[in-house]
Design a protein around this ligand. Structure first.
Ligand code: 5GP
Length: 134
């Protein structure tokens, strides 16, 4: 066990508003009062983020992301769900235990779905050449 805040929630040392739990994953409301229904899905196994996550753990987490998203839409009256995940500080990760953010959505709720980006610095071809894997 690491001593990050999510490991301390998993161990019961810190409280959470639990939404769902199974053998491999835990789901609870985010502490921030930033948007209605902000939810976190985490693995019980400590991994930092998707860059060091083994395939089995990632599969468990994504399965739970889908389960909770379907529950919010099928059973709780929401119209859709945004799913977000940050990896490493430069990408905005602040808690270093893998987590996916779920934000339940309704039509015309006025929320942004993605950050408002400001335009590219490099050409599409430069980016393609530096990023492609095939
Ligand atoms: P990140 O910035 O790493 O993508 O997201 C970390 C999230 O964890 C933030 O949205 C933050 O509000 C949430 N968070 C941090 N500490 C706690 C805590 O003790 N309890 C809960 N429920 N959420 C937390």
């Amino acid at each position: 066990m690491s001593d990050d805040v999510f490991c301390r929630i998993i161990s019961g040392e810190l409280p959470c508003r639990k939404i769902y739990e199974d053998e491999h994953t835990l789901v609870f409301l985010d502490a921030a009062d930033d948007v209605d229904g902000h939810t976190l899905v985490i693995p019980k196994k400590h991994v930092k983020n998707i860059l060091d996550c083994d395939k089995e753990t990632l599969a468990h987490v994504i399965e739970t992301v889908q389960k909770v998203a379907k529950h919010y839409v099928d059973d709780c009256g929401w119209g859709g769900v945004d799913v977000m995940n940050a990896n490493e500080p430069c990408a905005g990760q602040t808690v270093f235990h893998l987590h996916f953010h779920l934000v339940p959505r309704k039509a015309d709720d006025g929320l942004p779905s993605f950050p408002k980006y400001t335009g590219t610095k490099l050409s599409k071809d430069e980016l393609w050449q530096s990023l492609k894997m095939v």
